[in-house]
Design a protein around this ligand. Structure first.
Ligand code: FAD
Length: 605
């Protein structure tokens, strides 16, 4: 059989496992489940095999981000707290999913993030704290140390003990850095309390360098398709893949056992022509945070009222499906331009300086080295809130903690989801008070214009819901509800103040930093928040939480075994299971969760 089944009639009637979505998590799990040869697996992927330069090129990062051939790219619900603006929902649509067009930044959360996930299960918690997940970070990533000179010149700290070397997913380093980064990183050391952890993977906040998801041999993007599929699916007769197919729903028997899925070629809307395939052991959901809840809801697993509105028979009333939606927010202000930038290359030169770009391209073509080995970035500050706002962090955390749990959730939120948010609120108030968790991220570019600040633990919660009139073929309604919780505004005002404090450091004055946004004259918190509502972006493409791993009585969708409550033989393995955001971008954790998921699934035998 060919690597990718060419026709749906080549799909067998039944496999041990059917995996919905051949993305980051889906292909990782499929690789691990097929490696012993004992189990048959079918991966059904909506997108197709894509290997063009927009996917594989490392330089400049995500070139394919909005390309409709590579990306689901549709409009969100208007954000009521952001002046009614809508935003594009961008998630990967190809074999490899979002790992095929992400920004390639590789870092993991802090120890406390994973311990917090585990804490939601109280005395029943097992298997998801930092000590449990650390072996999976090691299994998931092959670490290549940076070039010695580069590390010495830039003060790049790393410690290989936090990493493994067996995976085909690579974490490597550019051979060149923008020299102003060294100045920016050093300046953080002038702020009391900022640490430089021993490695980006040490589970500690601070200012640190981190690798790129690139294969250092050919200097190409390393993602789940080359890492967990190319050549592997071909070599294993027990591993089938079909692409260009949309899974419509999970099929259940009368005992709520998932027996398989139904699907249609992408583009067809003829439900009566839907095909089906059976899963003997498990249906594994890996369609990502936006589409896993869509498919579950369309299958009758979700909030009863929504299913009723969509005239879908309820299999399990599970109010958490599509609730608890979170993403990192950015474009949150305090943008600075450096009016006296030193005479050194900087990232804008790749766009504005044709000679520099031509030289960079020539160097890359000749040696695979130079500026075009940088994706979207390799260092930044990941800082605790007490350090950002020594005078207000405690008041802000307490004010947040004393909110009634349901006060800022969507109207008519189910009591179980409210209970889950109450648990998160308690835990996240501790995160706001902690010196060991990062809340603020300044992703440094070494540029004369710096603005990339990311809020790592937003407290507002959104929803992803099927369109009741057309659950299958209309994209789900994605509503981040960014900035609906006033505590987020409190935190973001402190972020602006802190960023100003950073640029006011004596060591940076010779570069003449000038605030471009919101503007040095915007100092009243009300005015800062008004600016945020008009300018911030609710997504930096790290959606999570819509099938959360939480106890069922806290609105959870899956347990610690990743099985969907109220069903049998149905699990979720993608970013939708994160109960809340780690203090880091999401891909490293997605791979680790998927590695652990594969062990859990195999362990069920
Ligand atoms: C533009 C962008 C930039 C990012 N940058 C970074 C970064 O620099 N660093 C970082 O750590 N993280 C980054 N991320 C986040 C990270 O890539 C994601 O968190 C991670 O890849 C998500 O993995 P997943 O398995 O949950 O979903 P995905 O990898 O998105 O996989 C879901 C798959 O399911 C398929 N699918 C969807 N619906 C169906 C259906 N009905 N039937 C069949 N298949 C279906 C999709 O086509 C897709 O292939 C970025 C993400 C994006 C989108």
């Amino acid at each position: 059989l060919p690597t990718i089944l060419q026709r749906t009639d080549q799909v067998k009637d039944q496999y041990d496992y059917v995996i919905v979505g051949g993305g980051t998590a889906g292909l990782t799990v499929a690789d691990r489940l097929t490696e012993s040869g004992k189990y048959s697996v079918l991966v059904i992927e909506y997108g197709v095999f894509q290997n063009g330069s927009a996917v594989t090129t490392v330089g400049l990062g995500f070139l394919g981000i909005t390309d409709p051939a590579l990306s689901f790219n549709f409009s969100s619900a208007p954000q009521t707290s952001l002046g009614g603006r809508s935003f594009p929902v961008l998630v990967g649509k190809m074999l490899g999913g979002s790992s095929g067009h992400n920004g390639m930044q590789v870092h993991r959360g802090q120890k406390e993030d994973y311990d917090r996930w585990s804490s939601y299960f109280g005395s029943n918690s097992c298997g998801w704290g930092w000590d449990d997940i650390l072996p999976y970070f090691k299994k998931a990533w092959h670490f290549h140390p940076p070039n010695k000179d580069l590390a010495t010149q830039n003060g790049i700290k790393y410690d290989a003990k936090y990493w493994g070397t067996s995976s085909n997913i690579h974490a490597s380093w550019p051979t060149f850095t923008w020299s102003f980064l060294k100045t920016e990183m050093a300046a953080f050391g002038d702020i009391p309390g900022v640490q430089y952890p021993p490695d980006s993977g040490a589970g500690q906040p601070g200012a640190f360098w981190y690798p790129t998801s690139a294969d250092p041999g050919p200097v190409l993007r390393s993602f789940s398709r080359p890492g967990h599929w190319d050549g592997i699916s071909d070599a294993r007769p027990n591993y089938h893949t079909i692409t260009g197919q949309q899974v419509l729903k999970v099929l259940f028997d009368k005992q709520n056992r998932a027996t398989g899925v139904s699907y249609l070629p992408v583009g067809s809307t003829n439900l009566s022509a839907a095909l089906s395939v059976k899963a003997k052991k498990e249906v594994i959901m890996a369609a990502g945070t936006i589409h896993t809840p869509q498919i579950l809801q369309a299958s009758g697993v979700g909030p009863k009222k929504l299913l009723k509105d969509a005239k879908i028979d309820v299999v399990v009333d599970l109010p958490g499906v599509g609730a608890n939606f979170q993403d990192h927010v950015y474009q949150i202000g305090a943008t600075f331009n450096l009016n006296n930038f030193p005479p050194v290359p900087e990232p804008n030169d790749l766009f504005n300086n044709a000679t520099f770009m031509a030289l960079a391209q020539a160097e890359f073509d000749a040696n695979r080295t130079g500026p075009l080995t940088i994706a979207s970035g390799n260092c930044g500050a990941f800082l605790p809130f007490p350090l950002i706002s020594p005078s207000s962090f405690s008041t802000i955390a307490s004010r947040y903690e004393s909110q009634p749990a349901g006060a800022y959730l969507p109207p008519n939120t189910d009591p179980l989801v409210v209970a889950g948010y109450a648990a998160q609120k308690k835990a996240l108030a501790s995160t706001l008070r902690s010196k060991s968790s990062a809340v603020y991220n300044f992703f440094l570019r070494g540029s004369r214009n710096e603005s990339a600040i990311v809020y790592l633990h937003p407290l507002s919660r959104g929803t992803v819901q099927i369109a009741p009139s057309d659950p299958y073929f209309t994209q789900p309604t994605v509503d981040w509800r960014a900035l609906t919780n006033p505590a987020d505004a409190d935190v973001l005002v402190e972020f602006t103040r802190f960023t100003r404090r950073y640029w006011a450091l004596p060591a940076l004055q010779k570069y003449q930093p000038v605030e471009a946004a919101p503007g040095a004259n915007v100092t009243d918190p009300k005015d800062i928040v008004a600016w945020l509502r008009g300018n911030m972006n609710p997504s930096v493409y790290h959606p999570i939480g819509t099938a959360a791993m939480m106890p069922r009585d806290l609105g959870g969708v899956v347990g610690q075994d990743l099985l969907v409550y109220g069903t049998k033989g149905l699990s979720v393995v993608d970013a939708s299971v994160f109960p809340d955001l780690p203090g880091a971008y999401t891909q490293q954790t997605v791979y680790a969760v998927a590695e652990k998921a594969a062990d859990l699934i195999k362990g069920r035998q």
